[in-house]
Design a protein around this ligand. Structure first.
Ligand code: UDP
Ligand code: MG
Length: 332
């Protein structure tokens, strides 16, 4: 008789877990106690068994000690501390790789994604959807600049990339285990998660919600970090910018050829008066600009190949702590 080898059992699995909640955080000690209180408040009411996965993305403050010291609740708790700040995308990957649940929800620690919506997300999942995207109805507490730049970015991204990345959907979403397994197997180092979540497809639905303002503290993103994320988003999901550069180059070459022909004919017919300084400058500056832009663009892609080729790990773990769920027998 052939005995089929099942996948390796996780050593810590004590009964099947339905829901995993992944929470990446970076210097959030002000908000974590309130976050944990609200999250466990919701999870404790659920029929489904759950676990919370806290990922400390190299916090400099007391956040790590806080999550490790919270009292036990009805959910298992798994805390991963990364060795330094690797960025939210890497922290989320670390969390996703350690989930055991049949469904996984990603949640920001700053209470902008209300934990109270978890039952609604589970309902959609039980209806058979594999991905439940949470779309913001409006962006409370965000500057006009951030809202406008985000909207331009999404439009640009979606016109360039093949998989539709829904606008105003952050990382707050539910994903079925089978999607998570595919995502965990993606080899790329450059993890633009919003694109990665959109890539596998599967049955998706979108739920509208009002995104709250940050509970306290300030955003961990500055303009340059966001710009970097935007460039990452575009270049890791599309090579259309390269094609546009090629097209632009060809167009300019054709125009230059026609203009050259005109200049030759004009010189033959009318002789050679020394004029044309303005047109020469315009052409030179224009061409120079396009060339530099295209080289820069090439550089972006080559840089990405370089990073992928090094194949370094996405993150390093410093320590891990685990807390089992409070035993049901002590419940009343
Ligand atoms: N975060 C993280 N690593 C970082 C930056 C942010 O884990 O390098 C976490 C942060 O603690 C929060 C979530 O990612 O839980 C969202 O960050 P933030 O609220 O600063 O972003 P915003 O809501 O302004 O987009
Ligand atoms: Mg936030």
């Amino acid at each position: 008789m052939i005995v089929m080898a099942l996948g390796p059992e996780k050593s810590n699995s004590g009964g099947a877990i339905t829901l995993s909640v992944v929470v990446p955080f970076f210097n959030e000690s002000d908000v974590l106690p309130e976050f944990h209180r609200r999250l466990t408040g919701v999870l404790d009411q659920l029929q489904e068994s759950s676990e919370i996965i806290y990922v400390d993305d190299g916090s400099q403050d007391d956040s790590w000690n806080l999550v490790a010291s919270f009292p036990e609740s009805r959910s298992d708790r798994f805390c991963i501390q990364l060795s330094r700040n690797f960025g939210k995308e890497a922290a989320m990957s670390a969390g996703l790789e350690n989930t055991r649940g049949q469904a996984v929800i990603l949640l920001d620690a700053d209470l902008q994604d209300p934990p109270e919506l978890i039952p609604v997300m589970l309902q959609q999942w039980e209806k058979g959807f594999d991905i439940v995207n949470m779309q913001r109805r409006k962006r409370n507490g965000e500057s006009w600049f951030k809202r406008t730049s985000a909207s331009i970015f999404y439009r640009l991204l979606n016109s360039l990339s093949q998989s539709e990345i829904p606008e105003n959907v952050g990382d707050f979403r539910l994903l079925d285990k089978k999607v998570i397994e595919h995502i965990n197997r993606l080899p790329e180092r450059n993890r633009y998660m919003k694109g990665i979540f959109a890539w596998p497809g599967f049955e998706q639905t979108t739920v509208l919600f009002d995104r709250d303002e940050r509970f306290c503290g300030s955003t961990k993103w500055n303009f340059l970090k966001l710009l970097g994320l935007a460039v990452d988003g575009i270049t890791s999901f599309s090579i259309k910018p390269l094609r546009i550069a090629t097209l632009m180059g060809s167009l300019v070459a054709v125009l230059a050829f026609c203009y050259g022909l005109m200049v030759v004919l004009k010189t033959l017919i009318l002789g050679e008066p020394v004029t044309g300084y303005p047109s020469m400058m315009v052409v030179q500056l224009g061409l120079g600009g396009i060339q530099l832009l295209s080289i820069g663009l090439l550089g972006e892609y080559i840089g990405r190949i370089f990073i992928e080729a090094k194949a370094r790990p996405l993150y390093l773990t410093r320590s891990v702590t685990e807390k089992k769920a409070r035993s049901e027998r002590h419940q009343h």
